[in-house]
Design a protein. Structure first.
Length: 701
């Protein structure tokens, strides 16, 4: 591959400096390699020829062989068009051009067999083809022998320089011809043979000029496999390397803190999933290597408890632990929960956030250094250089999406022996994404909710049901419950966002008079402290209704809130809706989620709503979300840019290939962890090259 990367595109026949600049700018094509890896987005079967009598306007495209019998220019100046009568010997088809009339008229030849290709349409009850592709039948024989014609994405700017799909196709042909069979293989020969793949040369050739659909599939498979395989090899190799090079705290014993908590303080039985995950963690922290683990579990599945018990393992082995949350509210809530859980155990816990007073800070800093402080809970404030631990052994990061790679690395760097890291997320990540974005982390999943939870009932209503919804709210409030009413944040316009919310507030207030009902309002423009006060009021039950934008999305725990009403549902993504719904259903009461929307819904919105109504399963929802939006839009992938780096594989569709590629990569590394063997020379070279070029998104902690 690297040889092809060294060949400048401007020297390819048919390119030149001007077109090269356009290719650079529009498609980031700089080399032969870039061009050959600019893959078609669709193919059209060019083996089928139609008789004109078979053609009707519903066909997506047609191909006919025949001759032109007459050409004339019709219409006045501005509406002028060129019309050619084209016959297959039996019937007649009209070919029509609105542009380039002069040029086309001069180039069309009588008594010559042409192949016409294009989309048929109907005009005045006659079938015609507007702006057809036209090619002399005889010239087809010089072309590369493809039966499926490739189509390429191009931009407007490219088209205006005549770099349309057909021109790109021609350039591909030129490149392949000039390389004349000399495309070096990028997978080791043993792998190509063992896995029954086609070689790179044939794959690239067939992807642009497929002989038939079967070979095309093989070519696509080979290229997808390779793309995913190298990503996995790279990630897994990094993980191997880390395991080999770095020490980790070895937690040998389960000691008094853990046991005392388990025997005296644990108010309920752990779920089987919690037990399983604890075992997984326990096993890994016993190995003497640093743990990097992702803990996935739906909202309310009890991750915090698992995290807390893992921290106790650290404490039992003479280490400190910390828990980092994305917001101050969440950190405070964690502190409260954890202190409650730990009551009577004589463990020193503190909270450190942006608003911790200077005086308290100093005490915390000192006690961390002396080791007196055992568990520190906080926000980004934990990352500051001044925060130094005596012996940090375990780090929990809650809701990891909000933390960047660099920040995690900072925690890492605080200590001679890196702490074990547990990243907790309630945003279920589809397997393919997890394997790719967090592929160097071990993964644990809590796939079971604590017993006794009643599944949240979800319904969808249009605007005409508003009065009934209000009545329902009233009933619930009379039963002593609390209600969230959530409005979308409108990114493009903060003003509109606010207006929406205010109107919502007024509408609610007119039905629920403030002298009788407590209504809180929280939105993005409020200062953190104000937000916090309002949240706390609601959490304490002083208000019954919380009108808010999505600021309440993450974490907040108000078990008495049992109704979640989402306004303009169509403006929310599926995962976001699921997250919001997770704010209710935390107590013993039956909870409800009401999705309000306009009548006009796109198909995608309908599918999202239908999915929400049908299931509460976060993983299922994440998979649907991935399929609906494609990998590019899923949280976590956007920042990483991975979806744009993939040229042929699709994380929403190629899960099986991905798993296979990962298994193969792992089996190779099992035998040769750092790819040092001669037989793996090609692999080592490719990984080195790729990790420089594009894999910055796969680095964790
Ligand atoms: P998550 O962080 O995964 O969203 P939490 O850890 O906040 O979930 O747990 C949600 C609630 O369930 C908490 O009130 C917690 O105390 C409770 N909980 C956790 N584990 C269990 C269990 N095994 N049985 C009953 N309740 C549990
Ligand atoms: Mg949580």
């Amino acid at each position: 591959m690297s040889e092809l990367a060294g060949l400048d595109i401007k020297f390819l026949a048919g390119v030149g400096p001007k077109r090269a600049t356009i290719l650079n700018k529009e498609l980031s094509i700089y080399s032969y390699e870039d061009l050959l890896y600019h893959f078609p987005f669709k193919y059209i079967d060019r083996t089928k020829f139609y008789a004109i009598s078979e053609i009707h306007s519903k066909l997506p495209y047609i191909q006919v062989r025949g001759e032109i019998t007459s050409i004339e220019t019709v219409g006045e100046k501005r509406q002028q068009r060129l019309v050619a009568q084209f016959t297959d010997g039996k019937n007649v088809l009209e070919l029509v051009w609105f542009k380039g009339i002069k040029y086309i008229k001069a180039s069309l030849k009588p008594n010559t067999e042409y192949i016409v290709f294009g989309k048929p349409s109907e005009f005045n009850r006659k079938i015609n083809v507007v702006h057809p592709e036209l090619e002399e039948s005889a010239s087809k024989n010089d072309k590369l022998n493809a039966s499926l014609q490739a189509f390429y994405l191009t931009t407007e700017r490219m088209k205006s320089s005549f770099l349309n799909s057909k021109a790109i196709h021609k350039l591909q042909e030129n490149a392949l011809k000039s390389l004349n069979g000399k495309i070096p293989e990028t997978l080791p020969a043993y792998l190509v043979k063992h896995l029954g793949l086609i070689n790179l040369h044939d794959a690239l050739f067939q992807i642009h000029f497929p002989e038939n659909s079967e070979v095309l599939k093989k070519a696509q498979y080979r290229l997808k496999f390779e793309e995913l395989f190298y990503i996995q090899l790279n990630i897994l190799k990094k993980k191997m390397k880390r395991k080999i090079l770095y020490q980790g705290h070895q937690f040998i014993k389960i000691g008094e803190y853990f046991n005392a908590f388990y025997n005296n303080n644990l108010p309920f039985e752990l779920t089987n999933a919690q037990k399983r995950v604890l075992k997984e963690i326990r096993k890994e922290v016993g190995l003497g290597k640093q743990m990097n683990r992702l803990l996935q579990g739906d909202v309310g599945s009890g991750k915090t408890l698992v995290g807390l018990m893992s921290m106790l393992m650290a404490l039992d082995n003479g280490c400190q632990a910390c828990l980092m949350a994305p917001t101050e509210i969440l950190a405070t809530q964690h502190l409260e929960t954890i202190c409650e859980f730990l009551e009577g155990l004589n463990i020193k816990v503190a909270l450190l956030t942006g608003s911790t007073k200077q005086k308290d800070r100093r005490v915390i800093h000192e006690q961390l250094k002396s080791g007196e402080l055992q568990i520190l809970i906080g926000t980004h404030a934990l990352l500051e250089d001044i925060v130094q631990f005596k012996n940090l052994g375990f780090v929990i990061i809650d809701e990891q999406h909000r933390f960047g790679v660099a920040q995690r690395a900072k925690l890492w760097a605080k200590n001679p022996i890196p702490p074990h890291i547990l990243v907790m997320t309630a945003t279920p990540i589809p397997r393919t994404l997890a394997m790719t974005l967090y592929g160097d982390l071990e993964v644990s999943v809590i796939d079971e909710l604590p017993p006794g939870r009643k599944p949240i009932q979800t319904v969808h209503y249009f605007e005409n049901k508003r009065q009934e919804v209000y009545k329902f709210m009233k009933k619930q409030i009379d039963l002593g419950r609390q209600i969230y009413l959530v409005y979308p944040m409108i990114k493009e316009s903060e003003k509109m966002d606010f207006k929406n919310l205010e109107e919502g507030y007024e509408s609610v207030a007119s039905f629920f008079p403030p002298e009788k009902y407590g209504i809180s309002m929280v939105h993005g423009k409020m200062k953190p402290a104000e937000k916090d006060t309002e949240m706390q009021r609601f959490a304490r039950g002083e208000t019954q209704i919380m009108v808010a934008t999505t600021v309440i999305e993450v974490g907040v725990n108000v078990p008495n809130a049992s109704v979640m009403i989402i306004e303009s549902t169509n403006r929310f993504g599926l995962s976001q809706l699921h997250q919001l719904r997770g704010r209710v259903g935390r107590g013993a009461d039956q909870s409800y989620c009401i999705l309000m929307s306009d009548y006009k819904l796109s198909n995608e919105s309908k599918k999202r709503i239908e999915t929400m109504v049908r299931t509460n399963d976060g993983f299922e929802i994440a998979e649907v979300d991935l399929k609906l939006r494609g990998p590019g839009d899923i949280e976590g992938t956007q920042q990483s840019g991975i979806a744009y780096d993939l040229k042929i594989a699709n994380l929403a569709k190629d899960g099986q290939v991905l798993q296979y590629a990962r298994d193969i990569a792992q089996s190779i590394l099992d035998k040769d962890p750092l790819l040092e063997k001669e037989i793996n020379h090609t692999l080592a070279k490719q990984v080195k090259r790729l990790s420089k070029a594009q894999f910055n998104w796969s680095v964790i902690s």
